[in-house]
Design a protein around this ligand. Structure first.
Ligand code: ADP
Length: 270
């Protein structure tokens, strides 16, 4: 963990809002621009990262130094560790009880040979479930940069993210900003938009940007295809690029801040 420059948790108040999609595509984008990236999928409720990256037939191996990440290609820019790699039967639910889950979470966080990384992106379990709390508490020990909160624009998701904001504030996890996913549909106005931006304003938190509903993104996630390679000129890619740039500038400013002051890099609301 001490060889990782930036550790970023991707959180959401509830499942299905696109947390794994955002975590995976941010990691892919950062690797695409030449960063060394680790993607840790500890979403025990629904580990979907391996499928999104076309790695779901892979198995993870353990050396004497710890788990070896599965790399997406020979450049080894993007390494992945997912709870899914450990499940023999891919369709089996993770039904471990508390103590076993907690010890697995600890191992996943402590015992991976990531090597030198620019970014570790962590896809966490949604909501304030037991495992969500275990993951965030465990990661807090390693001085993470903070959390990116994912919401959809609708009120139901927004209210869950409000709970997530107060959870982060209670445990002392800095909030890097809010991302609004599935924000509007290019052809129609039937889906809402702006909820995430308004929430960020109300809570005095940075708004990192929004990602539209893009059926091609779903297709790529389903088929484990690389969206950046398949659709290099899409507007979704521009939106993802803005998100990643927001993260990068936060990471740069927090590095500078941490060497000059002990104040948290991001101000959260009172
Ligand atoms: P979560 O991790 O919050 O449970 P996922 O990332 O697994 O959510 O996304 C749930 C579903 O929504 C997936 O099928 C995913 O492909 C789809 N999805 C997520 N974001 C988008 C988007 N911006 N456009 C289209 N489909 C999306």
């Amino acid at each position: 963990m001490d060889r990782i420059q930036h550790k970023i948790l991707v959180l959401s108040g509830k499942g299905g809002v696109g947390k794994s999609t955002i975590a995976t595509n941010l990691a892919m984008y950062l690797a695409h621009i030449g960063k060394r990236v680790g993607l840790l999928d500890v979403d025990l409720c629904g580990p979907s990262v391996p499928k999104m990256l076309g790695l779901d037939s892979k198995e993870v191996h353990k050396s004497s130094a710890g788990w070896i990440p599965v790399y997406t290609d020979s450049t080894q820019k993007l390494g992945v560790i997912s709870i899914q790699f450990l499940l023999g039967d891919r369709d089996a639910p993770v039904i471990w009880r508390g103590p076993k889950k907690n010890s697995m979470i600890k191992q996943f966080i402590q015992d991976v040979c990531w090597g030198d990384l620019d970014y570790l992106i962590v896809d966490t379990p949604p909501g304030t479930s037991d495992e969500h709390i275990s993951v965030t508490e465990e990661l807090l020990k390693y001085n993470p940069d903070g959390a990116v909160l994912v919401t959809t624009p609708q009120g139901v998701s927004i209210s869950d993210v409000r709970k997530e904001i107060s959870f982060c504030q209670k445990i002392g996890l800095p909030i890097i900003g809010i991302v609004e996913n599935m924000s509007g549909y290019e052809c129609t106005n039937i889906f809402s938009s702006e909820g995430g931006r308004l929430l960020a304003e109300q809570c005095s938190l940075p708004f990192l940007g929004k990602l539209p509903i893009d059926p091609l993104l779903t297709t790529c996630s389903e088929k484990g295809m690389n969206y950046f390679v398949e659709y290099p000129n899409s507007s979704t890619l521009v939106a993802l690029k803005q998100l990643a740039e927001g993260l990068e500038s936060h990471a740069t400013s927090s590095t500078t801040t941490s060497t000059t002051t002990t104040q948290p890099a991001i101000a959260t609301s009172d």
